[in-house]
Design a protein around this ligand. Structure first.
Ligand SMILES: Cc1cc2nc3c(=O)[nH]c(=O)nc-3n(C[C@H](O)[C@H](O)[C@H](O)COP(=O)(O)O)c2cc1C
Length: 186
């Protein structure tokens, strides 16, 4: 299997509105990536996934080759060494679209020929999130969901960049988060 360029980043936008604080914070962090780093930005609102179908233990348990939005997401996921979930904090966790994307991983592990498990190993998962609480520990469920999912796939955990915002634009006043953004990808 050819090794993908370690400086490829896939940013998955998982918010439910345009021009959200979370995307702004993610773009501030991405702006510091070296020029040679390849950035791909995909908006999950433009790539809607059907409800996940758990057929793991039905019949042969094999999932069909993905098509449409699912194929775009699988191909982009496999093409990136760094996967960045850009999700606002919704009910202390990832947004529904981010969660649905993660649920699809359970199917991708069973797509013949995809090599999902072997190929995800050693890659790095990161997250950028904005919440309307100043208490960042309230994002622990979001961080735990992603960190443990990374662990499950033997991915590296890059870390979480968290900021404060409620109304669009609020993040521009969180100077501490914007400062952390500058070195987030290190
Ligand atoms: C469905 C929903 C659930 C939310 N749940 C939380 C929450 O649990 N904790 C919190 O601090 N903020 C919560 N918020 C506020 C958002 O995290 C906040 O407005 C954030 O700025 C949204 O990100 P965005 O600007 O990128 O869209 C919630 C907002 C929505 C729409």
């Amino acid at each position: 299997m050819p090794h993908d360029d370690p400086s490829t980043y896939l940013f998955l936008l998982a918010g439910a509105r345009e021009g959200g604080n979370t995307e702004t914070l993610a773009r501030a962090a991405a702006a510091e990536l070296p020029a040679h780093a390849k950035q791909t930005w995909l908006d999950l609102r433009e790539l809607p996934l059907a409800p996940f179908d758990d057929v793991r233990h039905a019949g042969d348990g094999v999932y069909p080759q993905p098509e449409g939005a699912e194929k775009i997401l699988l191909d982009a996921t496999l093409a990136a060494d760094n996967l960045v979930i850009v999700s606002p904090l919704y009910w202390y966790s990832v947004s529904a679209s981010a969660k649905l994307y993660l649920d699809y991983w359970a199917g991708w592990l069973r797509v013949p020929g995809a090599g999902f498990k072997a190929r995800m190993r050693g890659r790095t998962l990161w997250t950028v999130s904005v919440l309307s609480s100043t208490d960042h520990t309230t994002a622990d469920p979001l961080v735990g969901t992603l960190r443990l999912s990374a662990e499950y796939l033997k991915m590296n955990w890059g870390g979480a960049l968290l900021g404060y915002g409620n109304r669009p634009g609020d993040i521009t006043a969180d100077s501490e988060a914007l400062t952390r953004a500058k070195t987030f990808f290190g």
